[in-house]
Design a protein around this ligand. Structure first.
Ligand code: DAH
Length: 345
């Protein structure tokens, strides 16, 4: 019996020492020390042992039970420490690891082009003024010599908010707002970039909102030659030194005379999809500020003159980058934005 106890003790101690997790320990606890466990069974069996041997065997069996209990407790502690160590290792933050780089946004191509236009005119001594997008009919049309019922309103299908209030259809109303704010000071040299709205159905060349930059110069002795020189200078700096400019007679109620401005196409008339084989690309509208508009702005048309032009930012961006669908600007396709946008904000 004594050897049985010794063997059992050795076996139990070895099993406990090898237990890989708490669950295994629990099972050994039941197997050896539980109510029907093997050590318990031996202790119970002592009742049948001759009285003379009982104290010695009892002492050995109790000793074995104590050793197994101690081993179980020790192993339990070890395993708990191991579990804790693993948890801490898993949760630990390695501050020496390189950080996860942030995806930095880019400036939208329309903002890049708008900024280039702004920079050009800022260098010529113009300053920037902004006008409201929700505008009065009075400024959007009336003061620009486009009274109610005038056919020129037809080409600018308008979102009216009330009879008097609308979403501006162009940046030209800023011309009068700027002059009214400045008169009688001279010279007026202002550009006004911003968003404009027209009730157009969406297709490859139309959106119900787009961007323009208005340019206005008023002073004593300003002539058509100043307008032409500015246009040529702008076209060369924007589209390349070899670019030529062509003015076609046109009509805008707020300029007289008025012209449509074309720039020479890179294909030089050999024919391409950008110019449809014409060799010229329509870029903007321009003209000498109409005397009535100067008056509305608070200037005497006998004393001063001015030129104005209105440039479409989407149109300029499409020409410069060879973009054939205006909808791309608003679709937020990351491939488009990353290809043409500029780093920074
Ligand atoms: N406001 C005109 C439009 O949106 C463009 C324009 C034409 C602006 C001639 C001008 C100008 O300043 O002189 O169609």
């Amino acid at each position: 019996m004594r050897t049985d106890i010794d063997r059992l003790r050795e076996e139990a101690l070895a099993a406990v020492a090898c237990a890989g997790d708490i669950e295994a320990l629990d099972q050994f606890q039941v197997l050896y020390l539980g109510r029907k466990g093997r050590v318990t069974t031996i202790l119970r069996g002592l009742a049948g042992v001759p009285a003379a041997e009982r104290p010695a065997l009892g002492a050995i069996a109790n000793q074995a039970r104590a050793e197994i209990e101690a081993a179980l407790a020790r192993r339990r502690q070890e395993l708990a420490a191991e579990v804790e160590r693993r948890r801490q290792a898993a949760e630990a933050i390695d501050v020496t690891l390189p950080g996860v780089p942030w995806r930095v946004g880019r400036r939208h191509v329309l903002n890049v082009v708008r900024k280039e236009i702004e920079e050009f005119f800022l260098h010529l001594g113009f300053s920037i003024a902004e006008g409201p997008e929700v505008e009065l009919d009075h400024y959007n049309f009336e003061l620009l010599n486009i009274p109610r019922g005038h056919p020129a309103r037809e080409s600018q299908d308008t979102f009216y908010l009330t009879d008097e209030l609308l979403l501006r259809t162009h940046t030209s109303p800023t011309q009068v707002r700027v002059m009214q704010a400045m008169a009688p000071k001279l010279p007026v040299r202002v550009i006004s970039p911003g968003r404009v709205y027209r009730r157009d159905s969406v297709d490859a060349s139309h959106l119900p909102f787009f961007h323009q930059v208005e340019v206005l110069a008023v002073d004593r002795g300003v002539t058509f030659a100043d307008l032409k020189g500015t246009l040529e200078h702008f076209a060369r700096s924007f589209f390349g030194q070899g670019t030529r400019v062509r003015l076609r007679p046109s009509y805008f109620p707020f300029t007289e005379p008025s012209g449509e401005v074309d720039v020479s196409c890179m294909c030089e008339g050999r024919g391409c999809s950008a110019c449809g084989g014409k060799g010229w690309i329509e870029l903007l509208g321009a003209g000498m500020v109409h005397p009535r508009v100067l008056e509305a702005g608070g200037y005497d048309p006998e004393e001063v003159a001015g030129y104005a032009l209105g440039l479409g930012v989407e149109r300029a961006a499409m020409l410069v980058h060879g973009i054939d669908d205006i909808r791309l600007f608003g679709q937020n396709d990351i491939r488009f934005l990353e290809q043409l946008g500029e780093e920074g904000c």
